[in-house]
Design a protein around this ligand. Structure first.
Ligand code: DAH
Length: 343
């Protein structure tokens, strides 16, 4: 068989092959066999140099014709297969099936609790203030009535950056910063991160606090009690009772810790015959520290002697654990979506 006939029958064979092909894999196989670098067409054209001189242009031209024809056949078949695939997909498409709801993120329980608490205090006339997490010793300790060798500094395991720069151990320094920048009267809440060199089952090196401060004329312990009662009843329910226990903080005098009646057992100390797991049978749950601002703090910020005020500080994770029944503090910081997406 001469080369020209050979080339023509090659095109026919390919056409038959393509007619039978039913998948993209078949198509690719045919392309390799016929048009590939070592395929049938290439094999014939490779012999061109050995042909007699006068035959070469004729065979070469035929080769090009066949090649173009083959490419065309391939393109046609490819289009057919694509259309068939689309038609098959459409046949299964049911526009009446409800769509998949895209997954939505949710707010972290810390964020939820901070937003809730700040908005309760906003309704009571407090504004939100903020301050830096990298703080100077002076604001974190000294102006809060804790001079360098004050034993109360041991209450807080501090992470120091230099001798005088540290990661704030509480949100209380924002009291000082705000008073330095604002004349009384004022009422602020300060949500934020705080840091301590502490890490075990119930302590994490970073956690959140909310600080509160109200300063003016004739602000008394009664105002403190009224405000805190309104606050805990908004968070834990109107039936919640409040108890003040005498305590100590260097920056308040007198100082108190506040307990609320247990929201699980209602203050009875037991639920369903068992000792209540939230209050451990006492009927009360501690939720924050507070007191009347110590005159030494007012002196430090240059406030006149006739002002008075109260302050309080609470742990956000603690409130969130109580409110949502979360038992393990570490869950707050593991970023496990199975936990986070429940809020
Ligand atoms: N700063 C205290 C702490 O981190 C909490 C605190 C207690 C803040 C009493 C206050 C307060 O403003 O009056 O342990």
């Amino acid at each position: 068989m001469d080369h020209v006939t050979h080339l023509e029958s090659l095109a026919h064979e390919l056409e038959d092959g393509l007619n039978q092909a039913s998948s993209f894999e078949d198509l690719e196989q045919l392309r390799i066999t016929y048009l590939g670098r070592k395929g049938r067409l290439a094999q014939i054209l490779d012999t061109l140099p050995s042909l007699p001189k006068e035959e070469r242009p004729i065979v070469g031209q035929k080769g090009n014709e066949v090649k173009n024809r083959c490419n065309e056949l391939f393109a046609q078949k490819m289009q057919q297969l694509v259309q068939a695939k689309e038609a098959a997909e459409l046949a299964h498409f049911d526009a009446s099936i409800p769509g998949r709801t895209p997954w939505r993120g949710s707010l972290h329980p810390d964020t939820l609790v901070m937003e809730e608490i700040c908005s309760i205090f906003a309704k009571l006339g407090f504004r939100v203030a903020q301050g830096p997490e990298v703080e100077i010793d002076h604001y974190n300790f000294e102006s809060l009535n804790m001079p360098p060798d004050h034993p109360a500094r041991d209450m807080q395991d501090t992470l120091y950056i230099t001798d005088s720069i540290l990661l704030r151990t509480h949100t209380s320094p924002v009291q000082v910063r705000t008073m330095l920048a604002t004349k009384p009267p004022l009422a602020i809440v300060v949500p934020g991160k705080v840091y301590r060199r502490d890490s075990d089952l119930t302590h994490t090196p970073m956690f959140h606090q909310i600080e509160g401060l109200m300063v003016g004329h004739d602000i008394s312990m009664a105002h403190l009690r009224g405000i805190l009662t309104a606050f805990v009843q908004a968070v834990f329910g109107a039936q919640t009772r409040v108890r003040f226990r005498q305590s100590f903080f260097p920056f308040t005098e007198p100082s108190a810790e506040v307990d609320i009646s247990c929201f699980l057992c209602g203050g009875k100390g037991h639920a369903h015959g068992d000792v209540c797991r939230v209050c451990k049978g006492t009927g009360w749950v501690e939720i924050l520290g507070c007191g009347m601002v110590d005159p030494a703090v007012f002196a430090c910020v240059g406030y006149p002697e006739d002002v008075s005020g109260f302050a309080f500080g609470l742990g956000v994770e603690r409130i969130a654990m109580l409110k949502y029944g979360i038992r393990d503090l570490r869950m707050f910081f593991e970023n496990d979506l199975r936990f986070l997406s429940q809020f």
